[in-house]
Design a protein around this ligand. Structure first.
Ligand SMILES: [Zn+2]
Length: 241
């Protein structure tokens, strides 16, 4: 269940997200003692050298960065060395694991089997509002001439529409994805990202959504909303082999 792209029986890519049992994967949030060991253990099991990991200083924006060998290991051992000011990566380089860290926000994995190339995006509601998926796809088209209708997409665990309650006065420009219930206003972030991807030309049948809610399934996944400041972070990582 840790491979969001498992359905596609892929040969030259590895994509995975961690669960609570794998421990905190953040070097800056939650209890970080043991985070490096957690990364080492989880990543070595899926054939990734944790020293190579590229991580971001995530800012809930829509900036996505193209990374190459020169960026290898940025944020792997030290948060301060992470790539600043970005919420996503794209690459066409092999053995270059790109990662984002979440505890409720949606992670979006993108794989282009034809180039090959891949991407991982951090899509909380703020980045979703800025349409980070469109930005990731735009960069893949610019760098790799990726064709949206050939891309395979996977979602990681996130807070879902069942639990993603917004402030009563929350205003957004989304024509869809907001649900009014007796208990308040809720947001369906995965649905909005799905619509945004489809609007860019991704085929809906190529979007794999495991529909895991971090809040509802908090025993198995970290949730910032449920656990507040103590929450660890899930890692979502993708690498071309
Ligand atoms: Zn839920």
């Amino acid at each position: 269940m840790n491979n969001p792209l498992a359905k596609f029986a892929l040969k030259n890519v590895v994509a995975a997200f961690s669960a609570r049992r794998h421990g905190n994967m953040s070097l800056s949030y939650g209890n970080t003692r043991g985070s490096l060991e957690n990364r080492q253990r989880f990543l070595s099991d899926i054939g990734i050298d944790y020293h190579s990991l590229i991580c971001a200083k995530q800012v809930h924006g829509k900036n996505v960065v193209y990374v190459t060998e020169a960026d290898k290991g940025k944020g792997a051992l030290d948060y301060d060395a992470s790539v600043a000011g970005t919420d996503g990566f794209v690459t066409d380089k092999k053995d270059l694991p790109i990662a984002i860290l979440t505890a409720d926000c949606l992670s979006v994995f993108i794989y282009d089997p034809a180039r090959p190339a891949c991407a991982v995006l951090h899509a909380g509601w703020r980045s979703t509002e800025k349409n980070i998926c469109a930005e990731g796809l735009r960069l893949m088209q610019e760098k790799f001439s990726s064709q949206p209708d050939e891309l395979l997409v996977g979602f990681g665990p996130s807070i879902r529409a069942c639990c993603c309650k917004m402030e009563d006065d929350f205003k957004s420009n989304f024509p869809f994805g907001l649900i009014k219930r007796d208990t308040g206003l809720y947001m369906d972030i995965a649905l909005i990202n799905t619509r945004q991807l489809v609007a860019c030309g991704v085929k809906e049948e190529n979007i794999f959504d495991p529909k895991i809610c971090t809040f509802s399934e908090n025993e198995d996944f970290f949730s910032f909303r449920k656990e507040a400041g103590d929450a660890g972070r899930i890692i979502s990582v993708i690498m071309l082999k």
